[in-house]
Design a protein around this ligand. Structure first.
Ligand code: SF4
Length: 352
């Protein structure tokens, strides 16, 4: 259905039914308790590619650790990454940190109300701009995420809702009186009722006007995109230890787990040869630690760690930039990717 054909009467009924449902049934999520723009910004960064149930566990501890934009802007990157540990997609944490610094330096410490200024912040795309602007500032602008796309495609029986169609329909159906609530109501409907599989049309507040429901096409709307193939890879890790410390390297600034501390990848070399390559002296036998499987979005990695005691030259890893020695007790305070933390835990078990 084209946006031009959406009748004002349909839009009005859609608004009335969905907002009434939202007022009565919206989940009590911690970021919905006030309209503080910083809190909304944090929630929207965390919610990118992450389920609500997961974000709920991280949201309040984050705000206790960084209660304001200024506190976040003044933190160093390692503290920020540590607080984000476990949420994944660490680029979001870096972007949020950078955004806080820009807001403090260039916007007097207040999240900008201007849509272009908001959109110019790192990590803030079209969706996040719309969400923050409408929820925090009541600016009448849509916020279209995957849930909203699915609800609109079904409600208007659109098989392939492309960006232009979505923009048009989202703008046309937006509630001018309550834009923030409207955007959240659509997202809420998508995540609790109009789910990708087995939508609960029998208890949907807008089923009376839903075109896909009437036409029996709900399961085909929107048409599924072609699945991207998940690649597989095996990564060998060298876990060098020396006098109660382990050796970590900072990963490259771009690519997978960019900039995070991790055990070195030894590639095709065995751990002892790689140790020599780094200027370390192998001291004992290799110990194979249990492999760790980890699934990234389109990559399945099997980490195969090997532990090796070494003697160290003080200069190796001394600058802290690309390599550093970390005491086993101090590793708790460092942000480690999930799979690396599992490797660290089995390393600890072996050393104890
Ligand atoms: S009636 Fe079914 S398909 Fe239509 S909006 Fe409601 S849950 Fe989604």
């Amino acid at each position: 259905m084209k946006p031009d054909f959406i009748s004002p009467a349909t839009v009005m009924r859609f608004h009335r039914a969905l907002l009434a449902h939202y007022d009565q049934a919206a989940r009590d999520l911690p970021w919905r308790r006030d309209k503080d723009p910083y809190r909304i910004l944090v929630s929207e960064f965390m919610l990118q590619q992450t389920r609500v149930e997961t974000v709920v566990r991280y949201y309040e501890p984050w705000l206790e650790r960084f209660p304001s934009l200024l506190a976040l802007a003044e933190a160093n990157e390692d503290e920020v990454l540590k607080a984000w540990e476990g949420l994944g997609y660490y680029r979001r944490a870096r972007n949020l940190h950078q955004a806080a610094r820009i807001i403090v330096e260039s916007h007097s410490g207040s999240v900008p109300m201007d849509m272009e200024e908001l959109r110019a912040l790192p990590g803030v795309g079209e969706y996040t701009t719309g969400a923050v602007a409408s929820i925090a500032f009541d600016i009448p602008t849509p916020a279209v995420d995957g849930n909203v796309r699915r609800v609109l495609a079904r409600f208007f029986d659109e098989e392939r809702p492309g960006p232009a169609w979505l923009r048009g329909v989202a703008r046309e159906t937006l509630s001018r009186d309550r834009p923030g609530d409207w955007n959240q109501a659509l997202m809420e409907l998508g995540s609790t009722v109009c789910k990708p599989r087995s939508p609960r049309c029998d208890r949907c507040p807008v089923s009376s006007w839903c075109a896909a429901y009437a036409l029996g096409t709900v399961d085909e709307r929107p048409a599924s995109p072609k699945r991207r193939e998940v690649k597989k890879s095996v990564v060998t890790l060298a876990v060098f230890h020396c006098k109660g410390e382990v050796f970590l390297q900072r990963r490259p600034d771009s690519g997978l787990l960019a900039g995070l501390w991790a055990f070195p990848e030894s590639g095709h070399e065995i751990a002892s040869a790689y140790a020599v390559h780094l200027g370390l002296r192998p001291m004992g036998e290799h110990t194979a630690l249990p492999p760790v499987e980890h699934r990234f979005t389109h990559l399945h990695v099997r980490y195969e760690p090997t532990m090796l005691e070494v003697d160290r030259d003080e200069k190796v890893g001394g600058d802290g930039e690309r390599g550093r020695w970390v005491g086993l007790d101090d590793l708790e305070d460092l942000a480690l990717p999930v799979a690396q933390r599992k490797v660290f835990e089995s390393c600890l078990e072996h050393l104890e």
